[in-house]
Design a protein around this ligand. Structure first.
Ligand code: FE2
Ligand code: FE2
Length: 377
């Protein structure tokens, strides 16, 4: 027997042709021939019609990217990839000093509890998009943006962890805080309730009741959870940042907020398209009830984190801003304003959240991390 000296895993080669082709006497050649399958004739498929794509329950091949039906979803993906950052890029040295020597007890209470809420929220967000929503989308351009979104939510969780670790906050305590503080747990509990029903991968979306439930669940996630609770959730830290405190954390949150604004905008766009394609109508009573439940949870949370107001920010500011942003989200969906008459409590927030303006003020490194064209706000 011969073998290749330089390929020890190659099979040994018989020395002669007779060894190579000889068969044991007990094998019937006719049976062997029958066992060999002949190649199946594969017929060509017709090209896909992009009109057959659907947000859910597509009527065409889900693995073919183009022609696009939802070109806007692909644009979201391209835009998201213009912004690459990690929490390690931002200098947190001054924050360590501020936390230890400059923040008041009340300000430290705000800072820690905002982190305690957000860190759990972002894991919940990652799981909801990755395990519940993305799996039900039936056009690849939608799923591709959501794959990016899953990564961004994980990045946000890393950011909070980086802040907690750098500042030196007791991790075992801070990560358990949402469980032991009812006012924080109230928001997480409500989100779990609203989202848990659709995390079932066997949910049959050809059933109209299930589809309606999915639309309401996604509405809660995009409009309330990301569109209000995250958007508004960073405000107390931006209030510190405006006063020159915890500027590193503030900058980290600006990066996160930029992602969250896109997540919310994408989610609302998906919902509008879903309602149109499936001829669904949201029950206005159920929608109003959703806003009021979210408001009740936010009020309790605000009164806990700001039981003693800090300079330039109060529970009333936080709650009023929640109502104002909720109206904005409802209008984006052509829904009735849930809190008529709510006014902008934080007229500095949109500007504060804008990275390009902050760059000039704090002379940070934002421009270098904007690897493509600027996002529009
Ligand atoms: Fe996030
Ligand atoms: Fe998000």
């Amino acid at each position: 027997m011969l073998s290749k000296w330089n390929d020890p895993l190659s099979i040994a080669i018989p020395a002669t042709n007779s060894q190579l082709f000889s068969q044991p006497d007990n094998i019937n050649p006719a049976i062997e021939l029958d066992a060999v399958s002949t190649p199946e004739t594969i017929e060509a498929l017709p090209p896909i019609d992009p009109n057959d794509k659907r947000i859910v329950n597509a009527k065409t091949d889900i693995n073919q990217l183009a022609p696009f039906k939802y070109g806007w979803a692909w644009e979201f993906f391209l835009n998201a990839n213009k912004n690459h950052w990690t929490p390690l890029d931002i200098n947190m040295a001054q924050d360590v000093h501020d936390y230890r020597h400059k923040l008041t007890t009340e300000e430290r209470h705000v800072y820690e509890n905002v982190l305690a809420y957000l860190t759990t929220s972002d894991i919940l967000a990652m799981r909801n998009i990755g395990l519940a929503v993305m799996e039900k989308m039936s056009a690849p351009e939608l799923q591709i943006y959501q794959a990016r979104q899953v990564f961004e939510e994980a990045l946000h969780t890393w950011t909070y962890q980086h802040c907690i670790e750098t500042i030196g906050i007791d991790q075992s305590e801070i990560y358990n805080r949402y469980r032991v503080v009812p006012e924080i747990y109230g928001k997480i509990k409500l989100a779990n309730e609203k989202l848990s029903q659709v995390i079932d991968n066997n949910l049959d979306l050809t059933n109209r009741d299930n589809l309606q439930q999915f639309a309401m669940s996604y509405l809660f996630f995009a409009a309330v959870f990301e569109g209000c609770w995250f958007y508004n959730g960073f405000s107390p830290i931006f209030a510190l940042q405006r006063r020159g405190l915890m500027k590193g954390t503030g900058e980290q949150f600006q990066y996160i907020m930029r992602d969250e604004v896109q997540h919310c905008a994408f989610g609302l766009r998906v919902i509008r398209q879903l309602l149109k394609e499936e001829s669904l109508t949201l029950d206005p009573v159920a929608v109003q009830s959703m806003w009021e439940e979210a408001e009740a949870a936010e009020v309790a949370y605000a009164h806990y984190i700001l039981k003693d107001p800090i300079l330039g920010y109060s529970a009333e500011d936080h709650i009023g801003q929640f109502r104002f942003i909720a109206n904005r989200r409802a209008k984006q969906l052509q829904l009735a304003e849930p809190f008529p008459g709510a006014t902008n409590q934080l007229d500095w927030l949109d500007e504060q959240a804008s990275m390009r303006k902050e760059k000039n003020f704090f002379e940070t490194r934002v421009t270098e991390y904007q690897t493509g064209a600027a996002l529009t706000w």
